[in-house]
Design a protein around this ligand. Structure first.
Ligand SMILES: Nc1nc2c(ncn2[C@@H]2O[C@@H]3COP(=O)(O)O[C@H]4[C@@H](O)[C@H](n5cnc6c(=O)[nH]c(N)nc65)O[C@@H]4COP(=O)(O)O[C@H]3[C@H]2O)c(=O)[nH]1
Length: 765
């Protein structure tokens, strides 16, 4: 056995190289095979004895002790445990084929620095070895553990992968569970929010503007909302426990409620208008909707009723109805309601054989009242008339206002006997006439008015409402034509007149289009007998009736509005003629007087139309005289004056026709830009026999002169009339004494003849 030699006794433990031998305890050592021999590490310890001598103790350290220990903890492929001596020689190794030299240069360097440590080495084959060492302080050994990093970590990696997989799995499971819980939570939350919202909506709906009450199946009120209390006046405490009978108005018969319940049971729903009673006792209309609520077994468990107070709506409907069917000024039924009632009356009269009557009432001279005292007074009169009419009739009669001053009274049931019915109608017509003749007090103004009344009877149901209205209107016309303040019945002759007028109207429209209108010219002379002008007079050359005078169609043209195109045509012709005259020396000083209808004058564009015609024809404006009728002007002096003024500024002259027949007031004469007064032929006609007419003529002439107006007398037929007029100082004359209305060529011939022969009309001084 080799042991390191000690030169002096030292108390140091020494070891020798490994040797093989038998186990001291092994009695059968001799029987062991060489391979079975044990390895020992010899150990020597020199120890000083009390007597000063040295004693060396020898020990053998069985390497199996180490190897067994390490092999049990470390698999051969994982690494190696080795025991080195300080000189680096290998004592024992757990691995017989170590991967590399144990006492590697790296270990040597490490040992020099520290007695214990660890480091990593890279082998030539690329493997990495992790080495840990410790130099024992007790034994003269260095223990080195070398591990193949790959091998050592193999298990760890395997376990780590397993652990990662496991953890991942668990994590995934947890995430999955969390997701499921999250989704469930979300769903529950959404449902909770939805439920909350529905509860809020239900609460809001319950506390809506509509009154709501809920009853059980036995009709006991369980709940009411605030609006219910507001509408009915009952608070929750007063209503709960009661039945809806609490609200009953008593206005509906039992059959109404029976039907409601029948429908509720069969359809589980009822809605309709109902009259209820508030706590205050007021009865009011409401719209009620009742819905039956069923339980799981489809039995009615509750009733939910909503009620809306429709008082306001009813009022609005009433208002709309009033506006649609009633005249706002007089509160009388209007045309629409009258026609509905008339239709019913005509139908029922036909069925029952009862005779009824329709009375058309028109106030005479109402327009004058409006124009003189103003529309407010006119309105007061209409309201008063409406009241008087209502007092004259029975309850089932209708008094209506058609508009303006036109009233209608419908008497649906007079008598089965037509004579008796006519008598009753006439009696009522007279009563109305007298009632409306009584004086009026219009806001302090005393006023007197008269009506004209036309009556149409109906019995057989053969005439519809429109026809009856036309008949009554015709009778009214007749009453007016007969001098007003009268009651006239419709007669078939009026119908005939009506038909004639209708066909004349059609023909007149055609006449304008077909050029059947003609103009005649009636000369006007001055004091010296010279023709200085002519009045343009219209004729209609009717294809079958021949030449018609204006009396036959002017009124109709005015009523139908045809006077506008006709008047325009006359003006154009006259202006064209004036332009022609201005080119002929003999005719150049002739003026033409054109009759202007009130409808033309009232046309908003009248002034511009005349100006347009003047400039289009290039007629000299100062030769154009526009004749206006006195009675027409009176209605709107201001308006007429405004339209006349611009024309007068351009030279157009204005004559007042038929003067003396109307108001002949100095006041309005002053306001109008007039040039000439025409004394109406009705006065001239009787001037020699009628002192009254003579006085009028005299006054008119004086008035005209005072106002510095030219005065022309028309209808002069005799020399006596002429002499009288001359005496009074009349300036100009027109009449059969000089000439009838003439065709244009005759007028021109007459004028030229007068020029050449100096054959003036001989006027006695
Ligand atoms: N008995 C008699 N009659 C005489 C005498 N001198 C003239 N007359 C007639 O008296 C009417 C005078 O015309 P007016 O007063 O303007 O009355 C005119 C006028 O108001 C209207 N009229 C005529 N032409 C037109 C027109 O173009 N437009 C308009 N709006 N009205 C017209 O028709 C009315 C009647 O016209 P006419 O039938 O042509 O009747 C004319 C004329 O023929 C006479 O000495 N004795």
């Amino acid at each position: 056995m080799f042991m390191p030699q000690s030169t002096a006794p030292v108390a140091v433990l020494r070891s020798g190289p490994l040797f093989a031998g038998r186990d001291f305890a092994d009695l059968r050592a001799t029987a062991r095979q060489p391979d079975d021999t044990l390895s020992f590490i010899p150990l020597l310890l020199d120890a000083a004895q009390p007597d000063g001598s040295w004693r060396t103790t020898v020990a053998a350290l069985n390497t199996d002790y180490f190897l067994n220990f390490y092999n049990s903890h470390l698999a051969a492929e994982q690494g190696q445990v080795a025991l080195l001596r300080y000189d680096g020689s290998l004592l024992i190794s757990s691995n017989l084929q170590p991967a590399a030299t144990v006492y590697s240069p790296a270990l040597r360097i490490q040992l020099a620095q520290s007695e214990a440590g660890s480091f990593t080495e890279q082998l030539a084959d690329g493997r990495q070895l992790i080495s840990a060492y410790r130099a024992s302080r007790v034994y003269p050994f260095i223990i080195v553990v070398r591990l193949d990093r790959q091998q050592v970590l193999a298990n760890w990696r395997h376990e780590a992968r397993f652990a990662v997989a496991l953890v991942s799995g668990i994590l995934l499971l947890l995430i999955g569970m969390a997701s499921v819980y999250y989704l469930r939570f979300e769903k529950l939350e959404a449902r909770r929010q939805r439920d909350e919202e529905q509860l809020r909506i239900a609460a809001a709906a319950f506390e809506s503007q509509e009154g709501i009450f809920v009853t059980d199946a036995n009709n006991n009120i369980l709940r009411v909302n605030r609006a219910f209390s507001t509408i009915t006046g009952y608070n929750e405490a007063e209503a709960v426990g009661q039945t809806p009978h609490l609200l009953s108005s008593g206005k509906h018969p039992q059959a109404f409620y029976d039907e409601m319940w029948r429908q509720l049971q069969s359809c589980r729903f009822w809605s309709g208008e109902i009259w209820n009673r508030r706590k205050s006792g007021d009865i009011y209309p409401e719209w009620l909707t009742i819905t039956a609520v069923s339980d799981a077994q489809d039995h009615i468990s509750h009733y939910v009723a909503t009620l809306t107070d429709i008082t306001q709506r009813k009022r609005a409907e009433e208002e709309i109805r009033n506006l649609a069917y009633y005249d706002p000024l007089t509160r009388l039924p209007n045309r629409r309601l009258l026609l509905e009632r008339l239709q019913q009356a005509v139908g029922s009269a036909g069925r029952r054989g009862n005779e009824g009557a329709l009375l058309f009432i028109d106030l005479d001279n109402f327009k004058t009242l409006n124009d003189t005292l103003g529309h407010d007074m006119g309105d007061l009169l209409l309201q008063d008339v409406a009241q008087r009419l209502n007092h004259c009739v029975r309850e089932d009669d209708t008094v209506a206002r058609l508009g303006g001053d036109e009233f209608v009274v419908l008497l649906p049931n007079l008598s089965k006997n037509c004579d008796e019915a006519a008598k009753l109608a006439l009696r009522l017509g007279e009563r109305i006439r007298l009632a409306l003749n009584a004086p009026y007090d219009l806001a302090g103004h005393d006023y007197h008015s008269t009506p004209s009344i036309g009556i149409a009877m109906f019995a057989d149901g053969q005439h519809n409402g429109d026809e009856l209205m036309k008949r009554a209107d015709l009778a009214l016309y007749s009453a007016k034509a007969a001098g007003r303040n009268a009651v006239h019945f419709f007669e078939p002759q009026m119908q005939k007149t009506l038909s004639e007028r209708a066909s004349l109207e059609t023909a007149l429209r055609q006449a304008v289009a077909d050029g059947q209108l003609r103009l005649m010219y009636q000369p006007q002379v001055d004091q010296a007998g010279n023709i200085h002008g002519a009045e343009v007079l219209l004729r209609w050359l009717h294809p079958s009736l021949g030449l018609l005078s204006p009396d036959r169609f002017i009124a109709l043209a005015e009523e139908t509005g045809l006077i506008i195109p006709i008047g325009q045509w006359v003006l154009e012709q006259a202006c064209f003629q004036l332009q022609q005259f201005s080119q002929q020396p003999a005719m150049a000083d002739i003026s033409l007087s054109v009759n202007i209808s009130i409808k033309q004058l009232r046309h908003p564009d009248f002034t511009r139309q005349v100006q347009t015609i003047l400039s289009a024809t290039r007629a000299p404006p100062q030769r154009l005289v526009l004749e206006l009728t006195e009675s027409d002007l009176v209605d709107d002096i201001e308006g007429c004056s405004h339209k006349m003024a611009p024309l007068r500024q351009t030279g157009v002259q204005f004559a007042l026709d038929d003067f003396g027949t109307g108001y002949s007031s100095l006041a309005y004469l002053k306001k109008l830009p007039l040039d000439q007064l025409k004394v109406d032929q009705s006065f001239v006609r009787n001037v020699m026999h009628d002192q009254h007419d003579a006085a009028i003529v005299r006054t008119v002439i004086v008035l005209a002169r005072a106002l510095n107006l030219n005065v022309l007398a028309e209808g002069v037929e005799t020399a006596e009339q002429l002499a009288f007029l001359q005496q009074q100082g009349c300036h100009n004359y027109q009449g059969y004494l000089f000439a009838q209305p003439l065709p244009l060529t005759d007028l021109i011939a007459m004028k030229q003849n007068q020029m050449h022969t100096l054959n003036r009309f001989t006027l006695s001084a």
